[in-house]
Every structure is written in structure tokens, then in C-alpha cells.
Design a protein around this ligand. Structure first.
Ligand code: CA
Length: 235
């Protein structure tokens, strides 16, 4: 099985100003197993994509505050997240412009949720197998960096983007104690401000999803006052 194929839940960000379409797609894609967040404006969408990076963006090109293609160029300057554009205009020029701006695929309105879902899965599959497969394995844990999925003991983990980043960072350094300061800098790209609650909260969410607790750690061991390490199997 190629890395990431058919595993886990994709987090999608839907940027769409039409409330009716937004509501219907959020529900339909949710029913197809995706975790869907949505934003009604281009700038809101851009901010969201930076703050809480999704696995894939579905971008309506006709937005009230900014042309979708302009937004795509801005997004591309900071992120390589896969993007599928939705256009109301069946117009070659618009589609070519969007693809040139970095879109991975497109759909023309009106489209069915099934058609969009098929494209989403195809784009995710493609992006997860681009280049060298990179899977980190530590004991029973397998982390697929391209597909952004993780499996523990054969069970796919349902991780949010930040939880995945955190797990991937630690899994890449088994048995190495990593400070919260380093995690904030490397995983959150934030300077250490004395407030390490963010890291603590995410660690506790991650622990729960791994099926363990701070009192009875299996993989994630906190070294009080120093940091945290992901412990691999002995030998
Ligand atoms: Ca629109």
C-alpha cells in the first residue's frame, strides 16, 4: 500500500462565500470522512490556512474581498498545501490562470460532492506519493510525512494538523529529549514567550489519541522541567 493511501481523515479548508454551498459541502464532505473547516472570505481563508494548515484547500474563485486567483498566489508564497479551485465560469482562461497560479486541480460549478470528493482523494494521493516516500517508523508507530497520516499498532490515528506536526517532529528524533521551547520554535514557528501552555495542551490531546496518559506513558514521556521525548522500543 502506498504511504498514506486510504488512511486517516483529511482536514479540508473550504473557502466559499455562498452560505448555501458552504453548508451543503461541509456536510457532504464531512459525511465522506473529511474534517471540514470553512471560511467565507479570501482573507479569512488565508489566515486560517496559515494558522491551522489543512491537508487540502477547496477554493472558490469568486470571493467578495479578493479574486480567488490572487488569493492563491498569496497562499502559494507561504504554503505548498494542495488546492482545488471551484469556478462558476467554464472559461479556459480562468482555469489556466488558476492552474498557473498553483492550483492542483479544478471543478466547474455546479459540481456534485462525489465529483469533488473524487478529485480531493486523487490530489491527496498524488501529493502523498510525490517524490520519495518518507515514512518514519518507531516501534508500532508509523508516521507518513507526505500523506500526513499516522498509524499506531495498525490503527489510523485521527490527528489534527498541529498534533500530526508534533508527533512527526518527535518521531523523527526517537529517545531524544526535546524542550518545549524547541517545539514552539520548530512546530509552531513561535518564539518562546514563557507561555508553554500551547505545547502542554497539544501534548495532552496527542496522548489521548495515542491511548495513553501522562501518568502511564507509553510513547510520550515528559521529563519534568526539561521537555518531552518519544520513546522507541528497546534495542
Ligand atoms: Ca462565490
Amino acid at each position: 500500500m502506498p504511504p498514506g493511501y486510504g488512511l486517516g481523515v483529511a482536514s479540508l479548508l473550504l473557502i466559499e462565500d455562498d452560505l448555501r454551498i458552504r453548508t451543503a459541502l461541509t456536510r457532504a464532505l464531512g459525511e465522506r470522512g473529511h474534517a471540514v473547516a470553512s471560511e467565507p472570505t479570501a482573507m479569512g481563508g488565508l489566515q486560517h490556512a496559515i494558522d491551522d494548515p489543512p491537508d487540502l484547500v477547496v477554493l472558490d474563485l469568486g470571493l467578495p474581498d479578493l479574486d480567488g486567483t490572487q488569493l492563491l498566489r498569496m497562499l502559494r508564497s507561504v504554503s505548498q498545501v494542495p488546492v482545488i479551485v471551484a469556478t462558476a465560469r467554464d472559461d479556459d482562461r480562468v482555469v489556466v490562470e488558476a492552474l498557473d497560479a498553483g492550483a492542483d486541480d479544478y471543478v466547474v460549478k455546479p459540481f456534485s460532492a462525489d465529483a469533488l470528493d473524487a478529485r480531493i482523494r486523487a490530489v491527496l494521493r498524488r501529493s502523498s506519493t510525490d517524490g520519495a516516500a518518507s515514512t518514519i517508523e518507531v516501534g508500532d508507530l508509523a508516521v507518513d510525512l507526505k500523506g500526513r497520516t499516522a498509524v499506531l499498532g495498525g490503527r489510523p490515528l485521527d490527528l489534527r494538523p498541529r498534533e500530526f506536526d508534533l508527533l512527526a517532529y518527535l518521531a523523527a528524533r526517537p529517545n531524544e529529549v526535546v524542550s518545549k521551547r524547541t517545539l514552539l520554535a520548530e512546530v509552531w514557528q513561535q518564539p518562546y514567550g514563557g507561555a508553554d501552555k500551547t505545547v502542554d495542551v497539544h501534548l495532552s490531546w496527542l496522548r489521548r489519541k495515542l491511548g495513553e496518559s501522562a501518568d502511564e506513558p507509553q510513547l510520550l514521556h515528559t521529563i519534568r522541567g526539561v521537555g518531552v521525548k518519544l520513546v522507541g522500543p528497546p534495542g
